[in-house]
Design a protein around this ligand. Sequence first.
Ligand code: ADP
Ligand code: MG
Length: 364
Amino acid sequence: MNLKLKSHLPSEDKVLEKSPVPIEIEFCNVTKMYGAVAAVKDISLSVSRGEFLTILGPSGSGKTTALMLLAGFTAPSRGDILIAGKSVSDVPSYRRDQGIVFQSYALFPHLTVRRNLEFPLEMRGIKAAERAARVNRMLARVHLDEFGNRLPSQLSGGQQQRVALARALISDPPVLLLDEPLGALDRNLREQMQVEIKDLHKEFGKTTICVTHDQEEALTLSDRIVVMRAGQIDQIDTPEALYDRPKTRFIANFLGEANILENAAFKIESDVVPSSEMIAMLRPERISVNAHSAARREDADQRQSVSGTVEDMIYAGPLRKYRVRVGNAVLIAREHVASGQEVFRSGDEVRLDWLRSDIRFVAA
Ligand code: ADP
Ligand code: MG
C-alpha cells in the first residue's frame, strides 16, 4: 500500500517516509478448502492501520470465508494471517480483540440494549461504574440514549444495527469486521447508515474490513476495494481507480454499467495500443448523444463519433438512459437531464461521440 501510494503521489514521498502507516492485517497466500472446494484460493493482501477496506464480490465468491478466517472462526488450510505483525494461527477468536457486526445483527434477544453493550465490557473485566459511563457515552453517540432499556425486538432494523455497531466499538478494539452490515435494511435506511458508518470510521479510526455484494456501498464507504471472484482476488484498488480503470471485463460489468466493444461494427480509435487479449470498454456516461445534424464540437479532433438509431430511452429522474443501435452493436449512453437538452426517442437517428481517451482496455 505504501509503495503504491509513493509511486502515484511523488509529492507525498517525504511525509510517508517520516511516518509510514503501519500494516495492521496481512493475508499471506491464504487458502481455505471445504472438501475439494477452495472457498478462498491463495489470497494475499495487506491492510494499513485505520484503513477502510471492503471485500466486494458476488454471492459465493469467498467474502464471508475471508472474514471468518480473519475473525478466527475458521482456520486456513494453507497460508498465514498476521495481525499487527504477528501470526494469529494459534490465537482463538475471543482473544483477537476485534469488533464484529453481522448482517443479522446477532444481538442477544433477551438482553436490553444497555446490557447488550455492557456484555463485551464485562467480558474484559471492566468495573460496573466504568461500564455504565462507557455505555452512556456510546448510546449518546449512536443516538439511542432513550432506548437503553428496550429489548432488541422493540427496535427498528436500523436501530438494531446501530446497537450492533455500538457493541462492536465499545471495547475499543483496533479492528472492526463488518459482514454485509446493511444487507437487511431497505434502500433509504441503507444510505443513511452508510453515512453513519463513515462518520464512525472517521471518528474512531478503526481498521475496518467490510464485506458486501453491494457495489454502491463499496464505492461509498471504502478507502480501497478488493474484488473477489471464485475465491480469488481480481483487483485491489481505490474506488475511483476500480471504476475508472477496471482490469477485467468482470469488474467493468460488476461495478456499474459498461459497454464492452467486442466485435463492434466500427473500428475503435484509441491512442493506446492494446495487446490482442484486451477488449475495449466505454462507460455509458462518457458517451454523448447528439442530433445527427448537430454541429461538431470544439474538441472534435479528440473524439470518435458514430451514427446510430435510438432503440429506446428510459427516463430515470436525474438521468436519461439511451440504448442506441450502431451496426451489430447496441451501445448504452447515460446523460444527465439538463434544461435545454435535446431529447431523442425510439427510431431517431443520432450521432454518438466520446473522447478517445475515455476508451479503456480490459482483460477478456
Ligand atoms: P460469500 O460470502 O462471498 O457469498 P462464502 O465465503 O460464504 O461466499 O462461500 C464461498 C464458497 O465456499 C461457496 O461456494 C460456499 O458454498 C462455500 N462454503 C462456505 N462455507 C462453507 C462451509 N462451512 N462448508 C462448505 N462449504 C462452504
Ligand atoms: Mg457472505
